[in-house]
Design a protein around this ligand. Structure first.
Ligand code: SIN
Length: 326
């Protein structure tokens, strides 16, 4: 029988509130061992070793927690008897943690991240079933070499592309228009696609434990947005991700500020507030190449990649190359 480690961090899957209700609860209250008691059929799939690493609402996850989580999982997967890992996490920032993990974990063993939209105390809580399927996925031979995967509502997502698209439906995630990696039916796993983007063992960010990351900010463009916020952020950040309109666009005032600040060494990335599509290099809109296009990454995921890139290099051409491959 396989052995799966569960690393619990809190979230709504561990949320506690009024009996039966799906609202007005506190996330990160219940230990994962109590959730496991509600899915005894897990014992037919795997032996479980649980680690209650944090008990937080995922909005309180800090960058230091990403490093602790990734370094902990890297130690766990190095143990020969461990066949896979499941991370339980709040859904609000799960997309960012998932991407950080797929870039920094040095393993081909399956690592699956899951959570829930309803607290553990709700009627028809979705957490126990997601956890059950996540364990089955982590125990599946087919799930090796897939990078970190998200598991929600019978659907397997790649960590790079998973995004939260509903703040109240149980079916709360999608895949930025790419289609999912696969589906599950109870414990049975079916894969259909594979990401071509670099992750885990092949990632240049998974070779050494990470102990600190440079500051990178996000600036959201809107009609009439002044550029002072960019100058303000540039005082304390090495990089700024723009969440622009359309193809990562912004007004002439921002163009001038971005050109000015990029000449002073700030690295800019252009992502889009449109949640599907690709931000391409645009020689007409950005003739001086002041901004690196985020490709298909959301603004918050582009920030994760820019932080990791700036940890290794300040060379803009090299970072642009990273953004085209990861
Ligand atoms: C959280 O992200 O911790 C709260 C919301 C959720 O898990 O759905």
């Amino acid at each position: 029988m396989k052995t799966i480690a569960i690393v619990a961090t809190g979230g709504t899957i561990a949320g506690m509130g009024a009996d039966g209700k799906a609202t007005k609860y506190i996330a990160g209250k219940i230990d994962v061992d109590h959730i496991l008691e509600t899915i005894p059929m897990v014992k037919d799939i795997a032996n479980i070793e649980s680690h209650q690493l944090f008990s937080v609402d995922s909005n309180n996850i800090h960058i230091n927690d990403w490093m602790t989580l990734s370094n902990t999982i890297n130690e766990i997967v190095n143990q020969e008897h461990i066949d896979g890992v499941v991370v339980t996490h709040g859904t609000d920032t799960l997309d960012e943690t998932a991407y950080y993990l797929t870039l920094t974990l040095h393993t081909s063993k399956p690592v699956v991240i899951t959570g829930a939209m309803r607290p553990a105390t709700a009627t028809s809580a979705d957490g126990p079933y997601n956890l059950y399927q996540a364990i089955a996925l982590a125990a599946s031979d087919e799930a090796h070499h897939q990078g970190v995967m998200g598991l929600f509502s019978n659907t397997i997502f790649s960590a790079r592309d998973i995004q939260k698209i509903s703040n109240y439906k149980v079916d709360a995630f999608d895949h930025r228009g790419f289609g999912c990696l696969g589906f599950m039916q109870d414990q049975d796993v079916s894969f259909y696609t594979r990401t071509f983007k670099i992750h885990t063992l092949a990632s240049r960010f998974s070779e050494e434990p990470i102990t600190s990351l440079p500051n990178v900010a996000i600036a959201y463009f809107y009609v009439g947005a002044p550029s002072d916020s960019l100058y303000h952020l540039a005082k304390t950040h090495k990089g700024i991700v723009i969440i622009g309109s359309g193809n990562g666009n912004y007004n002439d005032e921002w163009k001038k500020a971005i050109l000015d600040l990029s000449q002073q060494g700030i690295i800019f990335v252009r992502s889009s507030r449109v949640n599907q599509g690709v931000v391409f290099k645009d020689n007409i809109f950005d003739p001086t190449n002041a901004c690196i296009p985020a490709n298909t990454l959301s603004g918050q995921k582009a920030r994760v990649l820019l932080m990791l890139s700036l940890m290794q290099t300040n060379d803009k051409t090299e970072i642009e190359n990273i953004f085209s491959k990861y």
